[in-house]
Design a protein around this ligand. Structure first.
Ligand code: BGC
Length: 730
């Protein structure tokens, strides 16, 4: 009887999962196809679909022979039913390789945080479409990114992979990355669901957060990215939430994701994040990944036995498989089989796409006396530190993309994973040399006194400061490492016309900020990043990035001045209390507490100036429709990022204001353009856990046009009627 009526059983399971949001929705074509395939499968075939293995040797255990070399994973197919195997690769910035002797060399986008800093969804799509294409041509049909954990914790070693601290910005940018990858018939896996916001203790730490606060912050970022990108897969996270592991969290998986948001795809585990068979299966995990990272092959023989014994209904197993097949069918993976065709990758074209992304993501933080763009008449430029004569830095861990042409600087950082520290070839110094008549004097920055000597008397000094961040390790504090603060201070003392170019994965503090003329945040700028930096410094392109994350003045401004778990042994169990700030993440916390940051969320200078007029706001489409004009009032072409913040008059929100929308406009000198911004209704609402609904209170709302979270330009008010809507609606 166990095997009877799999169709009907699956339909029941699907209906249960969709009880609230989509009970009425008829199965789409891909679901119908998936159900038909499931009905033809044996129990062993079904088990094979939900059990994934690591694609690389691990602790002496060999990967399946069919896996692609040094890859993230492999799941076997079913030839007789025309079901292709799944070949999995990391991830968000390009086709990554696990460490080993046969690393793939591929195009690397700038870090995710850099793409977020473009505030340009079209670029997020374009870059992701490019890496998705490289994935397909490399033989992969599942890519393990967009990554959208909110930057709640600025010391998080993985912030470089993510898209910042604001749920609307992060969700939209990650949603576009997902759409871009999937435009190649490659499944995108949004991760790490949820609250995996620090690496320290990630395997067992327990996040405490009120559900409503989560729905308005971290979960909202996922919700927006999922509705916009429609990813085939969601990766559940290592950590615990409310005492329960992410991959056996009934509330997050069954209730929020599948029921409230009506998610049709499958949940795969992070590598080593499964701790059980029956609880995980019943809580909504659909595929175990990366065995042998987990202690046991929970979704192999043990799951089969649990199904045979009735502890896991076969309908639930059918649902798991059907969800995987839905994703493979809906995103064209089944009908467009992959084959390794890496000779066809157009690296030159892809490098240009990456460069465009990097150029728009570079943020000009400070520009005293217009020290930038570099004056064409400069005679001598001193260039110091950061291996700027060799290449640009990238972030480490599973997202590591190895560059064509090999690493620009060998033997840096840890030899073992998450190392090595990879510098991509293409040096900013050489890119500047190609553009400037000035004499460029190099110093490696290893001794501050020597660097100061080279700096003295130069027309301008460029100090390249770096902070390598990676998966598995957080930074202990926000200071630049390796004595670079002292280096910058010494150089700035010798020559105040000093510009600091930062390649970091997350904010850093800047005790020297008043002593230098300029600060440029270049993040990890990816393939052709050196070219991108040189183009921004020389003014060939405008500086048009804006911060997707607040830069604190000091750690004592943070909800957790000290990182939780920092001093505890590995694999300790401890709580991280997100109830401290609730939904007031990033700039919202700074607003709430009245802290003045070093550089605010949304901040970024341009080489031209913009004037904003005509701000109007009206209630429309359940939210607010905003319009305004932007004039390029400066002397050169540039890109503006006008931001719309909303604020409820009176109490009731977690923080004084929220980002409600934005525009990014390329304008020639003297050009004026009108923008229309629709404020997402969820940024006007409070999530009510008791009714499981969003509620917009009737009353007055302030609509602020601003150039950063701390720089309002104009404000109008608008009256909204009361409105409420379902958890998965907007
Ligand atoms: C990471 C994931 C990654 C997986 C496979 C894990 O360590 O957390 O983001 O996709 O490994 O490499």
């Amino acid at each position: 009887m166990q095997h009877a009526l799999p169709n009907a059983r699956w339909a029941i399971a699907l209906a249960a999962a969709c009880a609230v949001q989509c009970a009425q929705a008829a199965p789409d074509a891909a679901q119908q196809r998936a159900a038909k395939l499931v009905s033809q499968m044996t129990l062993d075939e079904k088990i094979g679909m939900v059990f994934g293995q690591f694609g690389t040797e691990f602790q002496g255990k060999q990967p399946p022979t069919e896996a692609l070399v040094q890859s993230a994973g492999y799941i076997k197919g079913i030839e007789r039913l025309g079901i292709t195997p799944q070949w999995l690769t990391d991830a968000g910035i390009g086709v990554a390789s696990q460490p080993g002797k046969q690393t793939r060399e591929r195009t690397s986008l700038p870090a995710g945080i850099a793409t977020a800093a473009t505030w340009n969804p079209a670029l997020a799509f374009k870059g992701a479409a490019m890496i998705g294409k490289e994935a397909r041509l490399s033989g992969f049909n599942v890519m393990l990114g967009g990554s959208v954990n909110l930057a709640r914790e600025p010391r998080n070693g993985r912030n470089f992979e993510y898209t910042g601290e604001d749920p609307l910005l992060a969700g939209i940018m990650a949603g576009e990355q997902i759409r871009g990858v999937q435009s190649n018939h490659v499944i995108s896996t949004i991760k790490h669901y949820a609250y995996n916001d620090q690496e320290t203790g990630r395997n067992h730490l327990n996040v405490k957060i009120d559900d409503a606060a989560g729905r308005m912050s971290d979960l909202l970022a996922f919700q927006i990215a999922i509705e916009r990108g429609n990813p085939g897969s969601v990766m559940c996270s290592y950590n615990r939430i409310g005492g329960v592991y992410g991959c056996e969290n009934d509330h997050l998986l069954n209730k929020v994701l599948k029921r409230d948001w009506g998610y049709k795809g499958y949940v795969m585990s992070d590598w080593g994040a499964v701790h059980s068979t029956i609880p995980a299966a019943l809580a909504g995990l659909d595929q175990q990944s990366g065995y042998p990272f987990d202690k046991s092959p929970y979704f192999d023989g043990a799951l089969k036995e649990a199904v045979q014994n009735g502890h896991v209904p076969e309908g639930r197993l059918d649902d798991m498989v059907a969800r995987i097949l839905w994703a493979m069918s809906a995103h064209g993976v089944m009908d467009n089989p992959v084959k390794v065709r890496d000779k066809e990758i157009d690296y030159a074209d892809h490098a240009r796409i990456s460069q465009e992304d990097a150029e728009e993501g570079i943020v000009l933080l400070k520009n005293a006396g217009n020290v930038l763009p570099l004056a064409p008449g400069s005679r001598r430029i001193a260039i110091i530190g950061g291996h700027a004569n060799k290449g640009v830095l990238s972030g480490g861990g599973s997202a590591q993309v190895y560059p064509r042409g090999g690493m620009a600087v060998p033997n840096e950082g840890p030899a073992a994973w998450p190392g090595p520290m990879v510098y991509l070839p293409g040096s900013p110094m050489q890119a500047l040399a190609r553009r400037s008549k000035a004499k460029l004097d190099w110093h490696d920055g290893k001794d501050a006194a020597g660097a100061a000597k080279v700096a003295a008397g130069a027309d301008v000094v460029l100090v390249f400061a770096t902070q390598w961040t990676s998966e598995a390790n957080d930074v202990p504090n926000l200071s630049l490492p390796n004595g670079q603060d002292a280096l910058i201070a010494a150089v700035a003392k010798a020559n105040p016309r000093t510009v600091v170019v930062l390649q970091t994965g997350t904010p850093v503090t800047m005790p020297w900020v008043d002593q230098v003329a300029g600060v440029v945040q270049a993040w990890y700028p990816g393939t052709n990043g050196g070219e991108a930096i040189a183009r921004v410094l020389s003014g060939e392109v405008d500086a048009s990035g804006r911060l997707p994350q607040t830069f604190p003045l000091a750690e004592n401004q943070l909800p957790r001045p000290r990182l939780d778990g920092l001093d505890l042994p590995k694999d300790s169990r401890f709580d991280v209390d997100y109830d401290v700030e609730g939904a007031a993440v990033g700039y919202k916390w700074f607003d709430l507490k009245g802290h003045k940051p070093l550089f605010a969320f949304g901040h970024g200078l341009s080489y031209t100036s913009f004037t904003y007029t005509n701000l109007k706001a009206e209630a429309a489409d359940g939210g607010i429709q905003v319009s305004f004009d932007t004039l390029n009032s400066g002397a050169r072409a540039g890109k503006a990022v006008p931001q719309v913040y909303v604020s409820k008059v009176g109490a009731g929100w977690e923080a004084p204001k929220r980002l409600g929308g934005w525009d990014k406009l390329a304008l020639n000198a003297g050009e004026r353009r009108a923008s229309k911004v629709a404020v997402d209704p969820r940024t006007l609402a409070v999530f009510d856990a008791a009714s499981n609904r969003w509620k917009i209170a009737a009353g007055e709302y302030r609509v602020m046009l601003a150039t950063a979270a701390d720089a309002p330009v104009q404000t109008v008010t608008v009256r909204l009627p009361a409105r409420e809507f379902a958890a998965g609606a907007r």
